[in-house]
Design a protein around this ligand. Structure first.
Ligand SMILES: Nc1ncnc2c1ncn2[C@@H]1O[C@H](COP(=O)(O)OP(=O)(O)O)[C@@H](O)[C@H]1O
Ligand SMILES: O=P(O)(O)OC[C@H](O)CO
Length: 507
């Protein structure tokens, strides 16, 4: 009896395999980190062969931990770090370059040149995205321009582009021997190459970025059977041969789906390395006038796409890691809670983590990180507190932007991700937003969303309503701060953020 769904979550720092049962509970997980490559300042790369090997291992480990075999698994769902760009040779199955990661800013000059040549509005009007190094388009072009022979091979149809969902799907379904080359609309909506209304690659944008159509995957639904696991796939094929791969969602859209945030006006925020607020807006895209992205939330087979506004924040938990790894003022991420709680307030210290510029809602690549308000009274505890508060302030900015775009204020925010375990941070978030912040019982929402999509496609679950019934509240944080104090804090934060603008340009 096939009572379980397997989700593979290929993230920025690690790859995880998660086994989910019919009631939406997690029965086993396995995880492996991969190496981060920083070959130059601002460059971030991943070795996708290492990632492919890790995926094979974690799948085998999770199934072994659960004591399950292929006959127990109804479907496999995939979710992934978005935008990260893989280009591989269809003939050999080998990547032509290490993957260029979403955080990588090497293509800033290309972005500036395109902006100077006709402005950025033409990109947002078609894709819902600002023109920025964050997205895949300029990363693909960089690989084609820097790997000898790559452009000619791409034009001849020998090279394939994909985000890591496509890379996993192609490998799982046979690789060079007939692997399926597809992605879903949520991932395609992060490339700067997809027309948000037609959900097709835009010929005008392919031309603008110089990208041959022959290297692009088919844009599929988020829940459909793309193919089946090939017997030839090392480790995975031994157990899962013939099992359908049936769900793909970019990781933030997967977390939205896993939080069962389906209805227009509902939102979730995922606090991980970065931080991503997604508010579902319905079957018509809402184009932001306030610095948010318009993105596909999900598309079920045969149905209209459902769109979301997203506030993408580059640095959140990474700031806690920075306190740990670069300053050494804590020895584990969790220790930040105790240190921050050892002082009553931030003593006027504000920490703007613009380490690689600022993403939403400011889109300021030239900003750099800064700490304001230091006095001799300030201690490492105030710095820790300011670092945590920085995440909540950034989330408050994108939630305010979403309210302005939709003229519909949020009534509550569902939360998940590694930092959401931090009760003090969640309380401060509720205080700053003035709405309830709600944490679910299952916080592995990203894997859950991918499992839900795959399970829906094969009839393991029957409807969004049924999925909604699997969601349970674990804790609700209720605002406890008067409006005047909240406004004063937000004003101070805004003043700090504005002081970081233009830093690199002033050099
Ligand atoms: N108790 C805590 N308080 C604040 N931040 C934390 C805490 N525990 C973990 N983190 C941060 O959460 C992040 C990990 O979250 P996770 O959702 O696993 O990230 P990702 O999926 O981006 O790899 C790390 O950046 C870590 O510093
Ligand atoms: O892998 P994560 O959780 O850091 O998420 C990365 C995002 O998808 C980038 O857009």
């Amino acid at each position: 009896m096939r009572r379980y769904v397997l989700a593979i979550d290929q993230g920025t720092t690690s790859s995880r395999a998660v086994v989910v049962d019919g009631s939406g509970l997690i029965v086993a997980t396995a995880q492996r980190e991969h190496r981060q490559y920083f070959p130059h300042p601002g460059w971030v790369e991943h070795d996708v062969v290492e990632i492919r090997d890790n995926v094979r291992l974690v799948v085998a480990e999770a199934l072994a931990a659960a004591g399950l075999g292929g006959a127990d698994i109804a479907a496999v769902g995939l979710t992934n770090q978005r935008e990260t760009t893989v280009v591989w040779d269809r003939r050999t199955g080998e990547p032509v370059h290490r993957a260029i990661v979403w955080q990588d800013t090497r293509t800033r000059a290309a972005v500036d040149a395109l902006a100077a040549d006709g402005g950025t509005g033409r990109f947002q009007a078609v894709t819902g995205l600002p023109l920025a190094t964050y997205f895949s388009a300029t990363k693909i072009a960089w690989i084609l321009d820097h790997v000898p022979g790559a452009r000619a091979d791409a034009e001849a149809g020998h090279l394939a582009f994909g985000t890591t969902d496509s890379w996993m799907l192609w490998n799982l379904t046979g690789g060079p021997a007939g692997g399926v080359h597809a992605t879903d609309a949520t991932n395609a909506s992060r490339t700067l190459l997809m027309d948000l209304r037609t959900l097709e690659w835009s010929p005008a944008l392919l031309e603008a970025f110089g990208i041959p159509a022959a290297m692009l995957p088919r844009i599929a639904a988020s829940a459909e059977v793309y193919g089946t696991v090939a017997a030839s796939e090392p480790l995975v094929g031994e157990v899962l041969a013939g099992v359908p791969v049936a769900g793909i969602l970019g990781d933030q859209q997967a977390a939205t789906f896993g939080q069962t945030v389906f209805a227009p006006g509902a939102a979730k925020n995922t606090y991980g390395t970065g931080c991503f607020m997604d508010m579902v807006t319905g079957t018509e895209p809402v184009f932001s006038a306030n610095g948010l992205l318009t993105t596909v939330a999900y598309r079920l087979a045969g149905q209209d796409p459902v769109y979301a506004l997203e506030g993408s924040i580059a640095e959140a938990g990474s700031l806690v890691q920075w306190l740990r790894d670069n300053l050494g003022i804590i020895s584990t991420s969790a220790e930040v809670e105790q240190l921050a709680a050892s002082v009553e307030d931030n003593a006027g210290v504000y920490f703007v983590p613009a380490f690689s510029g600022l993403f939403a809602p400011h889109w300021r690549p030239e900003a750099r990180g800064a700490v304001f308000g230091l006095t001799r009274y300030a201690t490492r505890a105030h710095l820790a507190r300011a670092a945590l508060e920085a995440t909540a302030f950034q989330v408050a900015e994108v939630v305010a932007a979403a309210a302005a775009d939709c003229s519909r204020p949020l009534t509550e925010l569902r939360v998940d991700g590694g930092m959401a375990v931090n009760d003090a941070l969640m309380q401060f978030q509720a205080d700053l937003l003035g709405i309830d912040v709600v944490r679910p019982a299952v916080t592995e929402t990203t894997a859950l969303g991918a499992a839900f999509a795959a399970g829906l496609a094969v009839g393991h679950w029957s409807s969004l309503e049924e999925l909604g019934r699997t969601w349970h509240e674990e804790r609700r944080f209720v605002p406890d701060l008067d409006a005047g104090r909240r406004a004063a804090l937000l004003r101070r934060w805004d003043s700090a953020v504005r002081r970081t603008f233009g830093w690199l340009d002033d050099a």
